[in-house]
Design a protein around this ligand. Structure first.
Ligand code: TYC
Length: 95
């Protein structure tokens, strides 16, 4: 019983949503994406965008699998609708 409860209440595996750098997506657009789809404030969104710009990638958030997948779908739809090549992927936490 104790074991079964432990199993039932185990938190879901978490996934990092990672933004990748490219040479074409405007910086302002990336900041907007971080605010609109990841709930970041202006300051934090700017810091994450610059980190991605300078290092090639950066974490936008950590979510259960379905939430991470949905955010990626929405971000990619929004980016393509504006003709930007922005890329976004997910990775299991602890990889
Ligand atoms: N490197 C882009 C530029 O100079 C900006 C950028 C930042 C693009 C982060 C994508 O995930 C990204 N306009």
């Amino acid at each position: 019983m104790v074991d079964r409860q432990t199993a039932k209440t185990k938190p879901p595996p978490m996934y990092q949503v990672i933004l990748l750098n490219d040479d074409y997506t405007p910086m302002e657009f990336v900041v907007l994406v971080l605010q609109k789809y990841f709930g970041k404030g202006q300051e934090e969104a700017m810091q994450i965008m610059l980190a991605v710009h300078n290092t090639g990638r950066g974490v936008c958030g950590v979510y259960p699998k379905d939430v991470a997948a949905t955010r990626i779908t929405r971000v990619l739809q929004f980016a393509r609708s504006r003709q930007h090549p922005l890329q976004c992927v997910m990775e299991p936490v602890g990889d």
